[in-house]
Design a protein around this ligand. Structure first.
Ligand code: ADP
Length: 443
């Protein structure tokens, strides 16, 4: 096992990774921006080093500086967390070249799954069902018009390099295509440095179901069950649960088999997530693969009893894992909500300095904030993930609902009331919901 790990991230995920490192007796190095000089991930680490000013391009995305710090501090491995450098094949490759283990899959697997249009085409060729659409980047508006007419409106225009729900537009008909194309392309270039766009059929009220996978470097792979993440705002997840009420045992088995087929095809090693959309008729379609730890990984941890970060470290250290085949069989039910600092009317991030902060007992709270923490406009507005586990879905809902009553976060606006509203919603309680849930409600 590693002696010293550098965590190339911030916020709740850096704190989460620190916890497992501490439990395993591994020394930790963190990195930080000027804005994060007093942040929890700095204080909780054995040592922390300054990267630069607040903007991520000058701090957390400085791959060269991070590698230099890893070398100087004698770190054996780098955990990238999620976002930032976690799905950057160049960074993963540079770690290998520097003789430092990148805790994640190979640069080749990251690159092959990184551009969605290529990932779709590659996986379609091995029999994975993909959302009906066009398997190539579009050459321009004219081609988009032809392809959209062939697929049939409504269509979804997407940035191939997209993520976080950015660079995606639903298009109702040919009249709005040109404007959407320009908008999407502009965003794709600005956010991801790659303007490639592609088109998919817009699925009506699908459910977002994803399968957690894990593979070691000795040829063993496991699917660790599904998470349902259909409660979304602007294509970003707000609440996640496992197991999904939408899956029959038969569907669960089929999705798990497809997920493992993808893992074996890629020769994938470490933790990953296969995202699918499931339609009302029970057909499911591959959406994308995330070649890293997901924000919502705690849901799987609570129903499987596994520590996914520990397993990532063991795999990266070359250990042969000895998990049972049924490691992904859920025990009980888990639900996570994402508490974010945002304006409840506009949903715009609401940075600021926190006043009082209090967390409830009896639930898992993955956070990095406390009274006095300043939320910088430069970073993700995620304040905490609150996760409840129960013997049944009903138990998990009621534990989480009472826990949310006891949450206190002052000094900024949050989505706390909206989260309670979801848990009170009769359709949600029935399990009758889709990715359109929040768009059609006032919570
Ligand atoms: P990102 O990488 O930005 O998260 P995804 O491709 O994973 O984007 O999609 C995010 C969400 O957008 C999905 O969970 C779903 O709600 C919605 N979405 C994506 N593609 C489609 C589609 N073809 N039809 C309907 N909804 C879609």
């Amino acid at each position: 096992m590693f002696k010293k790990i550098l965590i190339a991230n911030r916020g709740e995920i850096a704190v989460r990774i620190l916890r497992t490192c501490r439990e395993l007796g591994i020394q930790t190095v963190t990195v930080h921006s000027e804005a994060d000089a007093d942040a929890a991930h700095v204080r909780l680490a054995d040592e922390s080093h300054l990267l630069g000013p607040a903007p991520v391009a000058q701090s957390y995305l400085r791959a060269d500086r991070i590698l230099e710090i890893a070398r100087e501090t004698g770190a054996d491995a780098i955990h990238p967390g999620y976002g930032l450098l976690s799905e950057n094949p160049g960074f993963a490759g540079a770690c290998h070249e520097a003789g430092i283990v990148f805790i994640g899959p190979s640069p080749d697997a990251i690159a092959r799954m990184g551009l969605k249009v290529q990932a779709r085409a590659e996986l379609e060729s091995i029999g994975v069902p993909v959302v009906p659409g066009h398997g190539q980047a579009l050459s321009g508006v004219d081609e988009a018009r032809e392809v959209a007419a062939r697929i049939g409106y409504p269509v979804m225009l997407k940035a191939s390099a997209g993520g976080g729900g950015i660079g995606m537009e639903r298009i109702e008909g040919p009249e709005s295509l040109e404007k959407a194309f320009k908008l999407c392309q502009g965003r794709a270039k600005a956010y991801f440095g790659n303007g490639d766009l592609y088109l998919e059929k817009y699925l009506d009220r699908p459910r977002h179901i994803e399968i957690q996978v894990l593979a070691d470097a000795h040829g063993s792979a496991w699917q660790l069950g599904e998470r349902e993440c259909s409660i979304q705002r602007r294509h970003q997840k707000v609440l996640e649960e496992a197991p999904s009420v939408a899956l029959t045992p038969e569907l669960r088995t089929r999705m798990g088999e497809i997920a493992l087929r993808i893992v074996r095809h890629l020769g994938y090693v470490n933790a990953g997530t296969l995202e699918f959309l499931l339609d009302a008729s029970g057909e499911f379609y591959f959406l994308e693969m995330n070649t890293r730890l997901q924000v919502e990984h705690p849901v799987t941890e609570l129903v499987t009893g596994l520590d996914l970060v520990e397993l990532q470290l063991r795999v990266a250290a070359g250990e042969k894992l000895a998990l049972p085949d049924a490691a992904g069989e859920p025990r009980g039910h888990a639900i996570e909500v994402r508490l974010t600092a945002e304006d409840p009317i506009t949903f715009m991030p609401a940075p600021g300095t926190l006043g009082e902060v209090r967390w409830p007992e009896g639930v898992r709270v993955d956070t990095w904030v406390e009274s006095g923490t300043t939320l910088s406009p430069h970073y993700d507005p995620l304040v905490a993930k609150i996760i409840a586990h129960g013997a049944t879905r009903q138990d998990a809902v009621s534990t989480l609902r009472s826990a949310l009553e006891k949450v206190v976060v002052t000094g900024t606006k949050t989505n706390l009331l909206a989260l309670m509203g979801i848990l009170d919603d009769p359709d949600f309680l029935q399990g009758d919901y889709s990715t359109q849930f929040l768009a059609t409600r006032r919570v």
